[in-house]
Design a protein around this ligand. Structure first.
Ligand code: MG
Length: 358
């Protein structure tokens, strides 16, 4: 369920749209906006994005966490939309202007066996993709993350007003650790060396298992290994670094720049992949990008199907402007979504593009 924010101004026809969608907690964000945040905005100057951001973040005392930082992102994106319309410029121009023509994008491929994953990857390569994320169902388990096997998970779709309960997986690290290196051996053989490949662990390993997987995957030259560890255990990234030179990506479960900071400043990751929609919007993300630039870390903003095309557009506007852009995760939305929310990024020849209009 999308939570969309529309901010109107006292200038006729001048308004902005933001995305405050938080999958599975959308009612909490909507309530935070309606009861606690929107009343604070009435009468303020929409030009003062930084001041409004700080007022909502620090001035209200309670700060951080997914609900409040998603609500703040919704406001922030709407304010940048207003600023762009007022200036007559696309947001990337307000952020310093283009540093590139298009943002290198990656798509998801998955399957119930290796050949199914390879077939899907070939279809994506045909579409123009240069980077592909690959996941496969793990034999002997139920509901492998990132694969169609997810439909076999147990869940209760009738639960409450907040939607279905999260699916329940059967997770076994040993078969996972055996299967994933074999998947990438198969994909390198089937797809060749040119295509960039990456894999999302989705925070399911302990430190030494993550180090073992990183070492086992080294021969297949991954673009990055995503979310090998839980977001709470930043110190554990040192264990992986001690054992492997595989590039690491992390960050979609962080909610402030201070959570990202130790991984960046100690160069424990190579790609920071915060979710612009869950970290307070463009205002916070551009600061994280600047911190990352200082330590030679690139960006790979989260781009899942459970945020609206508005946040995907914000991702690509930032990608276009920052010097240390790495890669952009992409979602193809169903036609019905694009009918309601038009103007999202467009995919062409492996890259994402945003409109040159405000
Ligand atoms: Mg992920």
């Amino acid at each position: 369920n999308y939570v969309l924010v529309k901010i109107e101004t006292d200038e006729p026809e001048l308004y902005g749209w933001g995305d405050a969608t938080l999958n599975g907690r959308e009612l909490a964000v909507a309530a935070a906006l309606e009861h606690h945040i929107i009343p604070l905005l009435i009468g303020r100057d929409p030009d003062q994005i930084e001041d409004i951001w700080q007022f909502l973040f620090r001035g209200t005392y309670w700060r951080g966490g997914p609900v409040l930082m998603t609500a703040l992102a919704g406001i922030d994106l709407a304010l940048w939309d207003i600023k762009g319309k007022r200036a007559g410029l696309p947001v990337y121009s307000l952020l310093g202007g283009k540093t590139r023509e298009g943002a290198l994008a990656y798509a998801h491929c998955s399957g119930s066996d290796f050949e199914e994953v390879a077939d899907e990857a070939r279809a994506r390569m045909e579409q123009g993709f240069k980077v592909i994320r690959a996941q496969v169902a793990i034999p002997g388990t139920i509901g492998t993350y990132g694969t169609r096997d997810v439909h076999h998970m147990r869940s209760d779709p009738g639960w409450g007003d907040g939607g279905p309960l999260p699916g329940v997986e059967q997770w076994e690290p040993a078969p996972y650790l055996r299967t994933i290196p074999r998947l990438f051996e198969h994909l390198r053989g089937a797809l060749g060396d040119e295509i960039e490949l990456l894999h999302d662990v989705h925070e399911r390993l302990n430190p030494i298992q993550a180090a073992q997987l990183a070492r086992a995957l080294e021969p297949y030259r991954l673009f990055f290994l995503e979310d090998p560890l839980r977001p709470e255990h930043k110190e554990s990234f040192r264990v992986i670094r001690q054992h492997s030179t595989i590039p690491l990506a992390m960050g979609e479960l962080f909610h402030t720049r201070w959570e990202a900071l130790p991984l960046i400043s100690e160069q424990l990751i190579d790609f920071i992949r915060c979710d612009i929609g869950h970290i307070g919007g463009i205002t916070e993300a551009r600061k994280i990008a600047a911190l990352a630039e200082t330590f030679n870390v690139q960006t790979a903003w989260h781009g899942p199907p459970d945020i609206a095309p508005i946040t995907h557009a914000a991702n690509v506007h930032l990608d276009m402007a920052i010097p240390n852009f790495g890669v952009q995760e992409l979602t193809f939305f169903p036609e019905v979504t694009e009918t309601v929310i038009s103007g999202g990024p467009a995919f062409r020849d492996g890259r994402l593009f945003v409109s040159d209009t405000p």
